[in-house]
Write a protein that binds this ligand. Sequence first.
Ligand SMILES: Cc1cc2nc3c(=O)[nH]c(=O)nc-3n(C[C@H](O)[C@H](O)[C@H](O)COP(=O)(O)OP(=O)(O)OC[C@H]3O[C@@H](n4cnc5c(N)ncnc54)[C@H](O)[C@@H]3O)c2cc1C
Length: 546
Amino acid sequence: MNHYDAIIIGTGAAGGIVACVLSEAGKHVLLLERGSCLSFADVGRDHLRNQRLAIYGHNAGPDVNGNPRVFVDPQGRSRIVKPYELDYHNNAACVGGGTRVYGAQAWRFHPDDFRMATKYGVPEGSSLADWPISYETLEPFYERAEWELGAAGNGDSIQHQIPRKRNYPLPAVGPSAQTVALQNAARQLGWVTTPVPLLINTEPYGGRAACIKCKYCVGFACPTDAKNGSQNTVIPRALATGTCELKTFAVVETIDTDERGNVSGVSYFDHNGGKPRRQTARAKMVIVSAGAIESARLLLNSRSTLHPAGLGNEHDQVGRNLQGHLYPRAYGISPTKIFDGVGPGVTIATTQFTHNNPGIIGGGMLADDFIKPPIDFWYDSLPPDLPRWGIENKRFMRENYTRVMHVRGPVQDIPSPEGRVTVDATVRDQWGIPVARLSGTTHRATVEAAEFLRQRGEEWMRASGCDKVWSAQPGLILSGRQHQAGTCRMGSDPKSSVTDEWGRVHQHNNLFVVDGSLHVTNGGFNPVLTIMALAFRGAEFIARAI
Ligand SMILES: Cc1cc2nc3c(=O)[nH]c(=O)nc-3n(C[C@H](O)[C@H](O)[C@H](O)COP(=O)(O)OP(=O)(O)OC[C@H]3O[C@@H](n4cnc5c(N)ncnc54)[C@H](O)[C@@H]3O)c2cc1C
C-alpha cells in the first residue's frame, strides 16, 4: 500500500500518540522513524555511553557518522558538530524518540505559562507571546496523557498553583534521606514542595511491572519496562489496531507537494543498514513529529517553485524561537550521608519560584536529581576548587559521593527570534540532505531568571544544613538540547506563527506539526507532558478532519 489516510514522521513523545489516536479511530497510518527499535540490550548500561551525559558517547541515536549539524557560536564562528557533542542539541533517534531514555519527569505547565506576554509584557528583542490556548483548554488532555501512559504523583500538593480535576493514576515515588532534609529546609524557608511527578509505574500499570528502584534511569532504558514512553504504551496500541504500519530506518527527506502546491505525501530513504532506496508515500494528511530541530529542518528542506522558502515559511517563521531550558543548579556537602542508592532518585521539588519573582520574567522549578552514575557525578557535581584529577579528586569522590546534595531545575526561556534553526548551505548528511544549522542565543532575561533560581538553589542547600555550597553562573547561550521546542510555534497570526492552535500549518489544510515545535513558550518545567497533551488534542482534531 502506498496511499494512506495519514503519514506521521517521527515516533517520539508526540508522534506515538498521534499514531495511536488516528489508528484507533480506524485510519490507515504510515509511521516513519529514522532510527531503529532499540532493545534494552541495545541501549546498554555503559556509564560512558548514555544519552544524558553524551560527551563520551551516546546510546539512543542518531549514529555518530553521517548525521552532522552545524553550530554557530555566539561570536558567529561556525563548526560541524557530531551527535554526542553538547552543541549538537541532540535528543534521540529511535522508536520512542526521547521517551526511550528520558527521565520521565511529567510536569504540567503553570496556567501563567500560557499567557506570558500578557503577564509580563514583551521585553525588547524577545518574541515572548501568549499561547492561542489556555491551561484550562489543555487540562483534559494533560489528564489523558497521565492516565493513558501512566503517571505517578501527588495532585493535591500544588493544586493551588496548577489546578487539576483528577489525581494521578499512580502514587508518587517514595521519599529518600535527601527528601527529608530538603523538605525540612523548604518548610523552614516557607517554600511549597511537591513530590516530582514521573511517567514511571510506582505500581504495576498498563500491563507492565513496577519500578524496581535501580540506579539506571535517565539516559538508559528501564529493565522492568516501568518507565512509560511512546515505545511501550501508545505505539503498541497503534500497531495492535492493524491499521498502523511502522517503518524504521526510514529517513524522511522532504514533504512533497503537487503542481498546485498542496501537500501530497513524503519522500524518504529506506535503508536498514544496506544501500539506501528513495521511496515515496502518499496520504490525505502529513503530520510532522520529528522534534523541534528536525521538524523545522524538514519544513525548510521541502522547497519547491511554489514554496521557495520551504513549507509554512512564507513569513520566515519556521525554525525561529528555538527554546529549551537553562538549568541552574546548586550543590552542597551534607553533614550526613544522604545518598541511599534508591532509584530513580528524583523525589522532591519546589514550585515556589515559577512566577511572581520580583524583577524577574517567569521563573522555574527546582528539584533534587536522578541517581548519577559516578562518571556523571565526576563530570557535573564537583566543587570548582577541587583538582579535576589526582589523589585529591579521588579522595573527594570516595568521601563525598554519598554526601553531595544537588538541586537543579528548568527555567522558563524568554524566547529570541534569533535563536534559530536554518538549513546549512553546504553541509549534508549521509543521504545528501542539507543539515540543521543552529545559531543565536536565548534572550538575556532568561539568564536573569536562571541566576535568580541559582541563588534560590544555594539558599536551599544552606537551609538543608550543607556547610560547603557551590554553583555555576549561568551564561547567555543557545537554549534547546533535550527540551528543544518552539520552532514552529502555534498562533492565530500567520506573520508571527507557523501553525494554528491545532498544529495545522497556516495555508495548508492537510499539513500538521505536532511535537515540541508548537510550544509558544516552554514553561518553567520539563516539557514532555505538555508535548503529549498537545498531541492528544491535535490528533483528535486530525482524526475528525480526515
Ligand atoms: C536523556 C533525556 C532525558 C530527558 N528527560 C526528560 C524528563 O525527565 N522530562 C521531560 O519532560 N522531558 C525529558 N526529556 C525530553 C523529552 O524526551 C522530549 O521533550 C520529548 O521526547 C520531545 O518529544 P517530540 O515528540 O517533540 O520529539 P522526539 O521525542 O525527539 O521524537 C522525534 C522523533 O522523530 C524522529 N525523526 C526526526 N527526523 C526524522 C526524519 N527526517 N525522518 C524520520 N524520523 C525522524 C526522531 O528519530 C525521533 O524519534 C529527556 C530527553 C532525554 C534525551
